[in-house]
Design a protein around this ligand. Structure first.
Ligand code: SF4
Length: 51
């Protein structure tokens, strides 16, 4: 059986849609999302598993 090839994926925030609710901060298992200045979520790339 051939091994499925995994595609690299990178987390990102759709800035035009983010309302800084913080839901993604609570569920991210790596703690890689922060709310910046109370207005928008941002991914801390150094904490993601893709780095
Ligand atoms: S804080 Fe996170 S869950 Fe909330 S709107 Fe922004 S990206 Fe979506």
């Amino acid at each position: 059986m051939e091994k499925a090839k995994r595609m690299k994926r990178k987390a990102f925030v759709a800035q035009e849609l983010c309302v800084a609710c913080g839901c993604c901060v609570k569920v991210c298992p790596m703690g890689a999302i922060q709310i910046m200045k109370g207005i928008m979520a941002a991914v801390v790339l150094q904490k993601t598993i893709s780095m």
